[in-house]
Design a protein. Structure first.
Length: 298
């Protein structure tokens, strides 16, 4: 499954290195924002319950937020926290002048209404980009806070393809509100021709073979085989799947990586899209801060 098992002519898109550079740039821009306003962005992360993976994610977000020079506010609530209590906390964060970004770590415990919680967040502080107002702004070409994973995918694509994606055919496998749909909107805004495939699509392999850009986000290990990929395509693998190989646990993507040697470039799993998510979260927090303070984000 390693990078040594792909053809030498295929470029590996190093998301880890790109994210590190983005975080350094964010740190510089946070300092410039501080010099302009006397304040720095503040990110509030709310964790309900004791899910181990969520706790790891929240810890990583806290460390990166502090490293970027931002204020980090962590709210760790008990598993049995009620809907009203959680909504009240979000209401306080919505009006807190020191908080410019709000993120509620998903998944929430089953007794909580996650959709209602997301819609309670002030759209201008919704750094996950999940609020319906941000989804609507994105789909109509208005300034929006964009979900972090597709935003990171777009950054990697533009870096690889020299900024201009105009006229390219992009196929996205997966229609989720978190990745597939916002990814389609971002690529439409770049003047790509966009096709979305999903579990009910009848000719997915044939569609994929026409793609200059192939983005896969379905959570099925090795779904996309080598003969689905057009020679010279750029492949963005969003999938993160834990499987057993020879008795050992490993993480793989939704694309059969070792079969993609005829692609022009591909993101590895791990080390591709994953590292971009927190970097884009902090980028969104800085964007929200600048908009709320009516200053340039540069």
């Amino acid at each position: 499954m390693g990078m040594d098992r792909i053809a030498a002519g295929t470029a590996i898109i190093d998301g880890k290195r790109f994210a590190a550079g983005l975080l350094e740039d964010i740190k510089l821009r946070v300092e410039r924002a501080r010099q302009k306003t006397g304040k720095v962005p503040g990110l509030a992360v709310v964790l309900v319950g004791t899910d181990p993976a969520s706790a790891v994610y929240v810890g990583a977000k806290h460390r990166q937020t502090v490293a970027a020079g931002m204020h980090s506010f962590k709210y760790e609530l008990a598993t049995d926290t009620g809907q009203a209590e959680l909504m009240a906390l979000i209401g306080r964060l919505n009006v807190d002048p020191d908080v410019h970004g709000i993120l509620v770590q998903l998944p929430l415990p089953a007794h909580l209404d996650a959709a209602a919680v997301i819609q309670e967040i002030n759209p201008d502080k919704d750094v996950d980009g999940f609020h319906i107002s941000n989804a609507g702004r994105l789909s109509t070409g208005q300034p929006a806070l964009v979900p972090c994973t597709p935003l990171g995918c777009l950054m990697l694509l533009k870096d690889r393809l020299g900024q201009s994606l105009s006229g390219l055919h992009a196929v996205i496998i997966g229609k989720s509100n978190i990745v597939g749909k916002p990814m389609a909107q971002l690529l439409l805004a770049e003047n790509c021709t966009v096709t979305i495939a999903h579990s009910r699509t009848r000719n997915t392999p044939e569609l994929c073979r026409t793609a200059d850009i192939l983005v896969v986000a379905v959570g099925r290990p090795g779904l996309v085989r080598g003969d689905w990929i057009k020679p010279g395509a750029v492949v963005i693998d969003v999938g993160i799947n834990r499987i057993e190989v020879d008795g050992k646990s490993c993480i793989v993507g939704d694309v059969a990586f070792e079969e993609a040697g005829h692609a022009a470039a591909i993101t590895p799993v791990p080390g591709g899209v994953g590292p971009m998510t927190i970097a884009c979260l902090l980028s969104n927090t800085l964007t929200a801060f600048c908009r709320l303070n009516t200053i340039s984000a540069d």
